[in-house]
Every structure is written in structure tokens, then in C-alpha cells.
Design a protein around this ligand. Structure first.
Ligand code: F3S
Length: 283
């Protein structure tokens, strides 16, 4: 049986940078290190950081009375309001927002300053999208899917600038734009889907289309991993979504010749290696 591991599996550039930033801080500061939300959607990594004294802050109120130490902003970024409040705490802010996310903040800010309405294609409750939305100076709408684009009641007299959550599915993004164009909206599209996501998704789709079984490794709350799972299951009915090797209960028929493995942006290398080694040695 052949096993193919996707080249673009695991940590992307932005997540690597954010995680390294926290480990660097542990070396430098030793104590009073906070992250605004878990630095990545991976319990193993977050657990390791916690053991080393890093505290996860879920909301700004938890910082009441704390004015010493540093807080690391994760790769998704935060809302403008949160950033302003953090600046007032007196804590040192280490901004590990991915530069690709920062670019979207800038586009949204500049375009809305020009008087354009903003459309963000992505999941409205995702912290990255909440951050992006907060940079709009005027009218802003989140469209979560092509189905929601059908329901969009905009104004054909307005000029819209449309951006995307970095991890949005590229096919659904195209579908969403087509629908909005067909309804006659005046839209300037800036495709802000991150290349890392694009490459990961295309490669996963290619592998899944020829694999008899496909394993997607990712955190339960990692949206890019869930999207990978969605893409792979459309091409391969035996697609498994796991967080770690412990979740893998493969019962493969002897006819299985090719198993593909991919992983979301927040999956550490060692977990991918473990799964890969297990599949190679046990099947
Ligand atoms: Fe950045 Fe792309 Fe990763 S936006 S955090 S490099 S998925």
C-alpha cells in the first residue's frame, strides 16, 4: 500500500511565526506571558505553552489589574477596538498577526475610507473575520457562503470592495462572486485567500481524487482543517478527520492501495509524522 503525505501539510508561515514568537518570549521574559486566544487551534501546542507558564486570555476583562508582562496577538489578528484596549493596559504588545491578514485590514480600511462598502466573504464568527470587519469605516457585510450571496440585499448604486477570509474555499469564493455579479452589483474583488491555503487545498484535492482513503489531521476548532476535510470528502468517501493519532481507527479493506494524508495549518509536524509512521507500518 502506498502512502502520500501532502507537501503542504501542517503549519503555514503565519502560524509558524506566531508559535515561534511565543516560544521566543518564554526564553526572554520567562513570566507574565499572555496570548489573546489560543495561539493556534491545537490543544497539544497550547497545553505545552501553558505548562511553560503562558496564559490564554479570552477577553480583555481578564487583564483587569494586570499591567506587567507581554501579550502576544495570534496570527488571526484582533479587532481594532481590542488592539486599542490592549494598548491601554500597559502590557507590552507583540503583534504576531499574519502579514497576509494585516494586508486585508489595510485594504478594508483604505477602501472604506474611499467611501466604498465592504463585503467580507468568510465566517462571521471567526476571529479573523471579526478583526477584518472592525477595520471598515462604513458599511460592511459578511457573506458566509454562495447560498448567503443569493440572499444578499445590497444596493446596486453602491460601489463594493470584496475581500475574503484567508482560509476560505477558493471554489466557493468564485461561486460567491459570480452570484453577486449576476445580480448586477458593482464589485471590486480583491482575492485575499492566502496562497498557503490555496496550495494546501489544491494539493489535498488532487491527492484525495486518487486516494482510496484520506486522512485529514487538524484541531476540532480549526476552520481551515474542516474545510480541508470538506474538500477531501467530496473526492474520497473514505475521508477521516482526526486531531491526533489516538483518534485514528482505520479499518481499511484489503482493496485499499493508496492512502493520502494532509493536515491543517495548525497541526504540528510531530503529529503528522506519528500518523504517517503509523499508517506506513500498520497497513
Ligand atoms: Fe497567514 Fe496564510 Fe497562515 S494568512 S496564518 S500564512 S494560512
Amino acid at each position: 500500500m502506498e502512502v502520500i503525505l501532502a507537501e503542504h501539510a501542517g503549519f503555514c508561515f503565519g502560524v509558524t511565526k506566531a508559535v515561534e514568537t511565543v516560544y521566543d518570549q518564554i526564553e526572554k521574559e520567562k513570566k507574565n506571558i499572555y496570548t489573546f486566544g489560543p495561539i493556534i487551534h491545537n490543544e497539544t501546542v497550547v497545553g505545552d505553552l501553558e505548562k511553560k507558564g503562558v496564559k490564554v486570555i479570552e477577553n480583555i476583562e481578564e487583564l483587569d489589574g494586570i499591567s506587567e508582562g507581554c501579550i502576544v496577538i495570534r496570527s488571526h489578528g484582533v479587532t481594532r477596538e481590542t488592539m486599542e484596549k490592549l494598548e491601554n493596559t500597559g502590557l507590552k504588545i507583540i503583534d504576531a498577526t499574519c502579514p497576509f491578514v494585516k494586508r486585508i485590514h489595510k485594504i478594508v480600511e483604505e477602501e472604506s475610507e474611499k467611501g466604498r462598502s465592504i463585503i467580507v466573504v468568510g465566517s462571521g464568527s471567526h476571529p479573523e473575520v471579526e478583526g477584518i470587519v472592525s477595520y471598515a469605516k462604513g458599511d460592511v457585510t459578511v457573506i458566509e457562503s454562495p447560498e448567503k450571496a443569493e440572499e444578499f440585499k445590497g444596493d446596486r448604486e453602491l460601489e463594493y470592495t470584496l475581500v475574503s477570509q484567508t482560509t476560505f474555499n477558493r471554489k466557493k469564493f468564485q461561486e460567491t462572486i459570480e452570484i453577486l455579479n449576476n445580480y448586477g452589483y458593482n464589485i471590486n474583488v480583491v482575492n485575499t485567500i492566502c496562497n498557503a491555503t490555496d496550495e494546501r487545498q489544491s494539493e489535498a484535492e488532487t491527492i484525495a481524487s486518487k486516494a482510496d482513503a484520506m486522512i485529514v489531521i487538524g484541531g476540532a476548532s480549526s476552520s481551515n482543517s474542516r474545510k480541508l476535510y470538506e474538500i477531501c470528502s467530496q473526492k474520497c468517501i473514505n475521508t477521516y478527520f482526526i486531531q491526533t493519532l489516538d483518534d485514528l481507527h482505520l479499518d481499511l479493506p484489503s482493496s485499499v492501495r493508496l492512502v493520502g494524508i494532509t493536515a491543517g495549518a495548525s497541526t504540528p509536524k510531530n503529529i503528522i509524522e506519528e500518523v504517517q509512521n503509523y499508517v506506513r507500518t500498520n497497513f
